[in-house]
Design a protein around this ligand. Sequence first.
Ligand code: HEM
Length: 481
Amino acid sequence: MIMSTPTIDHADIQGIVIRSYKDLAEACYVMIDFADVKKSCKWLKSIINRITPASIKPQFALQIAFTSKGVSHFISDDQYVEPFSREFLEGMVTPERSRILGDLDTNDPVKWNWGQNNESIGGVLMFFAENVEILERNYRNIVDDFEIYNIQEVIRLNSQILPSGKEHFGFRDGVSQPLIRGLEKEEELSLQKASTLLQDKKVVMDNYINPGEFILGYENEYGQVPSYPTITNVIGDKLNIGLNGSYMVFRQMNQDVKTFWEYIYNQKQSNPSFKDKDAIYIASKLMGRWPNGNSLTDNPEEEGEVLPNDKINNFLYKSQDQFGFGCPIGSHVRKTNPRDGIDSDPDKSIQVSKRHRILRRGRTFGTPLSESLNLGKNNKEIDRGLYFICFNSNIGRQFEFIQQTWSNNGKFDDLYNDVDPITGVSFTKGKYVPCQFTIQSQPFRKSLKDIPQFVFIRGGAYFFVPGIKALEIIASIHSKY
Ligand code: HEM
C-alpha cells in the first residue's frame, strides 16, 4: 500500500528525537529542579534560542526535557484540555511501575543514585559536543546562571561514546533503529534498497514506522493521530504543547561486565556441549548479534566482516530462522524486537512489532573494564554501563511493553523460564530469582542455568521533550496571565 509521506516539522522538533548525534561523542545529562515559577519561566525564555532543533546538524547541541513534576511547575492542572499520558504523569517510580519494569529487590529504587522518587527531578538538560572543551564551556555557560534563577543541579551524569563504538559487554550498539516515514530522503532510499534486497529473498521487511509512534501530532501505526497535551490560557486560546514533542525514557543501567564474562567462560569450561565453541559464540547467543553487530540469523556460525548498519539489519526471524538455530528465540535482540516471529502469520507479526518499536539514543558511561583492570582497580569500584534512553509516543505500549511483556517474561514463544538474559529480571515474592537461557540447536537444545543478573537499574525517570514552539508557550504562560 502506498501511503502519503507526512511532512515532519524538523525546525520544531528537538534534534535528539530524530538524530543520534553520534558525531558528538561527548555528552552530559544534567538533572535539574526548579524552585521559583517566575524565575524558571525567565530562565526558560533565556535559553530557548540555544536549544538545537532537528533541522540543523550542529557541532554542539543542547536539549531540554521535563518530568511531570517539572511540567506542573509551569502549568497548573486546571489549564489542561488534553492531559499528558498517565505513565508520564505518574512517573517511573510507583509500586505499579516498579512491578511492571522489574524495579524490585536488586533494582529497587531505594538503591538508585538518582530519581529514587518522582519528586526529586524537574527536568534534564542534555549537552552533546565534539570534544570535552566545547562540552565544558557550554555547560558552564548555562549552569553559571542557575543561581540567579533559583535552579538546582540535582546530579550531572557524564557519558562518552567508547572509541570502539561498543557497549561495555563488548557489542556494537545502535544498529537496529526504526526508520521514520517521511523523515530523511537518504533514509527512505536505504529502506528502498533494503526492501528490494529482501523481495529477492522472497521476504519483505518493512522497517518504516509512522512518525506518530515517536513524535506527537502525527499518524501512528494504528492510522490515528492520538490526542496530545493541550492547554488553554485565561482568554480561552487553545495551546498545543504536545505537538512535535516526544516522551523520553531515561534509565541508568549499571553493567557488571566481570560477572558477565566470568559466567560465559564458566559455561564454556563446564558444559561439554560447548567444547568446540569459544566464549564469544556463547555471549553472542545471549545478545543475538556478534560483537561486530552482525546478526546471528544471517551469520549463524561465523562473525563475518564488519558492515554498515543498513547492511546488517535486513532480516526476519520466522522466514529465515524459525526455530532459533541462528539467533536464539530468547536472545536480547529477538525478545526486544521479534520482527515477523510473534504470530503464525508473519505479516501480522510485523504489524504487531511495529506498534512496539522505540528509538534508542543510549550512551555508555564509565571506563571499560579492561582499562580499569590495567589501572589496578577491580570491577566493583567503578560504575560502568549504559544510560538507556529511548523515545516513544506511548510509554506504556512501547517501552514498558517491551520491558514487561517481552524482556521480563520467562514464558515467551515456546520458552518457559527464559527472561531476556541481558535486561530481563524475574522475581518470586518480590525476591530476584535467576533464570535460564535456551540455545536452540540440533540435535539437542543447550541450556544455560542460573544466569546471574548482569544489569542493575540505578536511576531513572520519564520525561517529556517539548517541541520548540511548545517551549515558548511553557515559558510565557505565566506572563500572559
Ligand atoms: C545495559 C543494557 C543494554 C545493553 C547492554 C543492550 C545492548 C544491545 C545491543 C548490543 C543490541 C544490538 C545492536 C543494536 O541493534 O543496536 C541491542 C539492541 C536492542 N535493544 Fe538493547 N541493550 C540494553 C538495554 C535495552 C533495553 C532496556 C531495551 C528496551 C526495553 C532494549 C531494547 C533493544 C532493542 C529494541 C534493540 C534492537 C532490536 C532489533 O531491532 O533487532 N535494550 N541492545
